[in-house]
Ligand binder design. Sequence first.
Ligand code: MG
Length: 181
Amino acid sequence: MRIGVDLDGVVANFTKGWTKYYEEEFGKKILEDDIKSWGLSEPLTHFKEDLDFWKWAKDINGSSIFRNLEVYENSVETLNELCKSGHDIVIISSKPWWSIHDTLMWLGENKIPTKEIHFIEDKWTIDCEVYIDDAPYQLENYKKNTVDKKIIRFVRSYNKPLDGVFDIHNWSELIPLLNSF
Ligand SMILES: [Mg+2]
C-alpha cells in the first residue's frame, strides 16, 4: 500500500515544540489540552493572527520551529515496520516554503523511512490508498475529494471525529487498523 503520512501532529510533535519555545520566550505555559481548535493566534497565544505566529516561528534562535521537533512515541518504529512489510511511506506535508530545508534535514536526522516527499496544500492529489492526518481541514479535503480511500485521523485535542474517517490515538494502533482493512 501507499500510505500518505502527514508530519506535524502525526510524526513530529509540533505542539510540544512550539509551546516549549513559546513559554521560554513569552512566559505563558500552554498545555496540549488547551488547544481546542485549529489556529495559533488569540486567545491561545498573544498573536493577533496566525500569520504573526508564523513570523515568530520562522526564526527561533536562528532556525525555524520545524528544525528541532521531537518524534512521537513509536512513530519511526512503526513506519520502519510498515516499510519492511513492503508498504511505501509517502510524506505529504503542507509546510510553509521557508521550512522545507529544515524539514528535509529533520527527516534525515530522524531517519524517517521514505523515498517520496511532497510539500503541497492539496494533499488529496497525491495518490495513496491510505492517508493519515491531524488537521481538520485536511481530513475534510481528503473526504471530499477522494473515493474508496482509507482516511485516518490522528486524534488530537484540536480535531473531531468525522463520518467514515478512522481514528487512532497513538502509533501502536496503526498496524492493527491497517490489517483490518
Ligand atoms: Mg499535521
